[in-house]
Write a new protein. Structure first.
Length: 295
């Protein structure tokens, strides 16, 4: 079977109808029964939407602009990935259990799969949304570099899967729309990757205020400097080079890859773009969520 025919079902399992990494599913009970703490802060995204960028900004806020402290450990240890579970390596639930409060938690889960204790404890949630076209491009390269994924085939073959939600975490449209519906909750901050690209200072200040911390020009300057694309690309504690090639092969492509808005224009043909736009309209009909595909 070539990659255009496969539905990836051999490579991934499903949880409540959503495609998910098989390794993660083996211990899904641990995720469902996870015990949140009141002062946990969740950073939620659909994959490839700027999770790492915002995570580093939030950790810098928590560490009061001390970049040396942030550099002390890899980002996947400082901000554990809740549902991530490998046999003998990363285990988000275990890492979080052992962690002192306040904890920063990364997840890609849609709201319906989020452990209920996060709702019960009324935890603060930061959702970062990125336009679907750039997410599809970034996810395509992620498939190529992370060996747990099947061969994504050509870009247009991959986009077809993406449009049909046949990728881990399922439909981008459902994910974005259902988190958008939660945006009026005062414990939630809804951010856009495109806004971060356009005016990072404004978004950093928004984050500082949301987290109830004191803002100063010095703090904001330090955060902007430390979390710039180039800094994060060169920083071993943020660029995932601490992971072995078997888990993430950065010889194929860097985890922190291009960091721009509008790279989709270099990948979508006119025909694919037209098809995508029609499908997008259908999927997003009735939603007030509006994203910019260029800035
Ligand atoms: P590209 O593949 O388009 O370059 P996530 O952390 O959710 O996996 O998202 C990864 C995407 O965020 C990648 O997008 C990556 O390059 C981009 N990114 C990471 N750090 C960034 C930064 N400091 N500034 C801008 N983009 C960044």
């Amino acid at each position: 079977m070539d990659s255009s025919e496969s539905d990836y079902s051999e490579n991934f399992g499903k949880v409540h109808g959503i495609l998910m990494y098989k390794d993660f599913l083996k211990y899904w009970d641990d995720v469902e029964t996870f015990q949140a703490r009141e002062d946990d802060v969740l950073i939620v995204t659909y994959p490839r939407s700027g999770t790492t960028w915002v995570s580093e900004i939030v950790d810098m806020i928590y560490k009061e602009g001390d970049d040396k402290k942030c550099r002390e450990d890899a980002i996947f240890n400082r901000i554990p990935f809740l549902e991530c579970r490998k046999e003998d390596a990363l285990n988000g639930v275990k890492q979080l259990k052992l962690m002192a409060s306040p904890r920063l938690v990364k997840t890609h889960l849609p709201p319906e799969l989020l452990p209920v204790s996060f709702w019960e404890k009324n935890c603060k949630i930061i959702y970062v949304c990125r336009n679907a076209k750039d997410v599809a491009v970034s996810f395509y390269y992620f498939f190529k570099m992370v060996p747990v994924h099947p061969d994504p085939g050509t870009f247009s073959e991959f986009v077809e899967k993406f449009m049909n939600g046949l990728v881990p975490y399922g439909s981008w449209y459902k994910h974005a729309k259902s988190w958008w519906e939660k945006k009026n909750n005062s414990r939630m901050l809804f951010l856009y990757y495109e806004d971060l690209k356009e005016d990072i200072r404004k978004e950093v200040i928004k984050l500082i205020q949301f987290l109830g911390r004191k803002s100063s020009k010095e703090l904001v300057d330090k955060i902007i400097q430390h979390t710039s694309f180039q800094e994060m690309k060169n920083n071993p504690s943020t660029n995932y080079t601490m992971l072995p090639d078997e888990m993430m092969n950065q010889k194929i492509c860097s985890f922190i890859r291009k960091g721009i808005s509008g790279d989709w224009k270099n990948h979508f043909t006119v025909a694919l773009n037209e098809k995508f736009d029609v499908h997008y309209e259908q999927e997003m009909k009735g939603s007030t969520l509006k994203l910019r595909t260029e800035i």
